[in-house]
Design a protein. Structure first.
Length: 442
């Protein structure tokens, strides 16, 4: 077959290699003209990279390119479009696949689930929006293995296959500069569940109506988490199926939002292991507990960078929505200097100063940075929250310098931007790495 690979970044490279291994004729289609492309691939580069995609038998869309962009140039090719994720779900050699989506917490929950299954003695592959494209390891997956996929709305918006276990975390407005509107964003995540049958499992966050509606789209058996029968916090005990796992005090992850992630992962793991006998139940509890009480988190997610002169510095650069930044306020128990701001994608902000006012006694100050600073300052002022100021910083050194001018002994500095990074930095990883390096250099 003739395969068109649209987008030749990391995912596109893996997709091209996968289809080439099967003997297909691969053409790389990319806007960039300075790519290094293996000689066995044909190329269609530059401004005309989307021209005449109808000539291909299969068009492989890289996740960052919206389907409508392809269709605007090539009406009628919708049935030919696939992605690395959809191809993996179509041909995966094991039925044991867990797909995890939501607005925030996907990476943490996917990693927790993977580690819990591994602790139970299972071979697990982790991929998708975290780690690598699953087509990179598809040839190594065995029939009894499990695969955990972290899946973004970019990857899900046109999938035609669903995993055996699909899990939706909390969903709030996000990526509205990529999606047409909130309905389009929700519709993308709904596709994770759409093709499930009655033997499949649909797990959702019990206290988020959008998550519940998304999981309700398919025929999978509905299991809530953060309430029974899924894993939930009973008093201070994380409990699943009547079995106590550990107390919340034993969790190493900070914040009640991470209680949700632990419960989500425990629910998925429990239904993957499906323990029946008393011995199996004990083994499942032990596996889940061992990870829940030892996992400290991923980089750039409320990561304690260091303590210096009785001030703790937390790197939460992964927080790219206001709700994620607000969750960090609850997670850190001390007087806080919150650093917030970045690329303004027009997300709702009215609830932000309301939360600031609730935590006013715990906020030393909110330092506003980046392109969103003025709008956020205005919203706060209109709501009566004045304990914030705009920092006209052009780089991370100037941001950290402003922090040093403000912070006092006993404070916690929470670098939780709540906005995308692209106004000042390449991505959230670069933003977080620069914060970490600059703080460590103090």
């Amino acid at each position: 077959m003739k395969i068109g690979i649209v987008g030749f970044a990391t995912e596109g490279m893996v997709s091209a290699a996968y289809f080439a291994r099967q003997g297909h004729a691969v053409t790389v289609c990319d806007q960039a003209t300075d790519l290094t492309v293996p000689p066995e691939y044909a190329t269609q580069l530059g401004s005309g990279y989307l021209d005449n995609l109808a000539r291909f038998d299969v068009v492989v869309r890289s996740a960052g390119i919206p389907p409508h962009v392809l269709l605007e140039h090539n009406p009628g090719v919708e049935s030919k479009i696939t992605t690395a994720i959809d191809e993996f779900l179509r041909v995966c050699p094991t039925p044991n696949v867990i797909g995890i989506t939501g607005t925030k917490g996907k990476g943490t929950t996917s990693t927790l689930t993977t580690k819990m299954l591994e602790a139970a003695g299972i071979t697990v592959w982790l991929g998708g929006n975290i780690g690598c494209s699953p087509l990179e390891f598809i040839d190594q997956v065995q029939p009894d293995d499990w695969v955990v996929l972290e899946l973004s709305s970019f990857q899900l918006c046109d999938v035609r296959h669903s995993p055996h276990i699909a899990l939706c975390l909390m969903v709030v407005p996000e990526h509205l500069n990529w999606h047409t509107d909130m309905d389009d964003y929700i519709a993308a995540k709904t596709r994770l569940f759409a093709q499930q049958n009655s033997s499949d499992i649909a797990i959702f966050y019990a206290h988020n109506d959008i998550s519940k509606a998304i999981a309700g789209d398919g025929a999978g058996r509905k299991i809530p988490y953060y309430e029974s029968p899924g894993a939930w916090v009973n008093g201070n005990m994380v409990t699943v199926d009547g079995e106590g796992i550990c107390t919340t005090d034993e969790l190493r992850l900070l914040g009640k939002h991470n209680w949700q992630n632990v419960c989500a992962a425990a629910t998925a793991t429990w239904h993957a292991l499906n323990p029946a006998s008393p011995a199996q139940v004990r083994a499942a509890v032990a596996a889940i507990r061992s990870v829940a009480t030892s996992f400290t988190g991923l980089p750039n997610r409320l990561e304690l960078v260091r303590e210096r002169e009785n001030v703790r510095y937390y790197n939460d650069s992964f927080a790219s929505t206001p709700d994620a930044a607000l969750a960090a306020l609850e997670a850190i128990a001390s007087k806080k200097v919150l650093v917030m701001g970045g690329l303004d994608r027009g997300l709702p902000l009215d609830h932000v100063p309301k939360t600031f006012l609730e935590y006013a006694d715990d906020l030393r100050i909110v330092l506003l940075i980046g392109a969103s600073a003025q709008r956020l300052y205005t919203v706060c002022a209109e709501a009566g929250f004045t304990n914030c100021r705009i920092v006209d910083a052009k780089n991370m050194s100037e941001i950290v310098s402003a922090i040093q001018d403000t912070v006092q002994p006993g404070d916690a500095v929470v670098f939780s931007p709540g906005f995308a990074s692209f106004d000042m930095f390449k991505n959230f990883e670069e933003r977080g790495n620069l914060f970490r390096d600059t703080v460590n250099a103090l």
